[in-house]
Design a protein around this ligand. Structure first.
Ligand code: NAP
Length: 259
């Protein structure tokens, strides 16, 4: 049984991956993972859909996924790790629950789902991990989030090397700002530390580019010349300067207390 597994399937880029993969490939089943069951039920796919309403920040969920793999022994042709969230809050504003919850979901769950899937991936299978432009630089005002995405990028690059001999591709998808429900959760409170967003991209364009780059065997997918330029700039410039520019863009120069 050939399947695709998509986490973060109930909205935004995870949902878009489902729609585009379902059109492009013939899967026997698409396994869709997120907490909101009703959203997963609403998804219309050509392939048979298997709903896994799991909270991936809870370790018990890993066992549910593992048991299902062991029972059905599918061939995972495509794995998309898109579940994730962030908070636009300083280290003093963010709750400990969120500071750690971001790492539980963005890092631990991504590593767990990937590792549990390894034995079911075959030659030609592909993994897409959602990184971010913030994977490339330290980002005050959303520190836990950006740091979690640095792990995703580094983990994905090394994973790609480790799986090369098995003919399994890995692409870390690193977009700039994308119009999704990400913002609803990042800005739940009235006051938030990040208010300036230079360009907003569409999820369908990010995913289409990711699938094109994955097919070409690229390790990293970045949509847009301005985002690619920023990736290059943060590699060349000192991090101190990169962070200062970011803080100034957000109206949080030296006055803010963020030194
Ligand atoms: N939007 C951006 O500007 C942007 C930029 C760069 C990278 N990204 C990354 O892209 C990925 C997708 O985000 P998005 O922008 O598409 O945001 P989104 O629309 O908010 O989607 C996030 C997905 O993660 C799921 N999720 C959240 N908490 C979960 C949990 N505890 N257990 C299982 N699933 C959970 C959500 O489903 P439920 O709520 O139903 O569980 C939802 O399906 C994330 O990793 C995000 O960090 C986003």
């Amino acid at each position: 049984m050939k399947i695709a597994v998509i986490t973060g399937a109930s909205s935004g880029m995870g949902k878009e991956f489902i729609l585009q993969l379902d059109r492009a490939e013939a899967y026997d089943e698409i396994w869709v993972i997120a907490r909101r069951r009703e959203r997963l039920e609403e998804l219309e796919t050509r392939a048979k859909k298997r709903i896994l309403p799991l909270d991936l920040s809870r370790k018990e969920s890993y066992a549910v996924y593992k048991a299902l793999l062991e029972e059905l022994k599918p061939e995972i042709r495509t794995l998309v790790n898109a579940a994730g969230y962030g908070k636009f809050e300083t280290v003093e504003e963010i709750s400990l629950e969120d500071a750690l919850g971001i790492i539980d979901l963005n890092c631990k769950a991504l590593v767990a789902v990937t590792q549990l899937s390894l034995n079911y991936l075959t030659r030609g299978s592909h993994i897409y991990n959602m990184g971010s432009l913030s994977s490339f630089q330290p980002v005050p005002l959303m520190n836990s989030y950006a740091s979690s995405k640095a792990l995703v990028l580094s983990y994905s690059r090394a994973l790609g090397k480790e799986l090369e001999d098995r003919g399994i591709g890995v692409t870390c998808v690193c977009p700039g700002w994308v119009t999704t429900e990400f913002f609803d959760r990042a800005q739940e409170k009235d006051r938030h530390s990040v208010n300036y967003f230079n360009v907003l991209w569409k999820p369908e364009d990010v995913v289409a580019k990711a699938l094109r780059d994955g097919a070409k065997g690229k390790a990293v997918s970045v949509l847009g010349a301005s985002v690619r330029l920023q990736v290059l700039a943060v590699k060349l410039l000192p991090h101190e300067l990169v962070m200062r520019i970011w803080l100034n863009q957000q109206g949080k120069g030296k006055k803010s207390g963020v030194k």
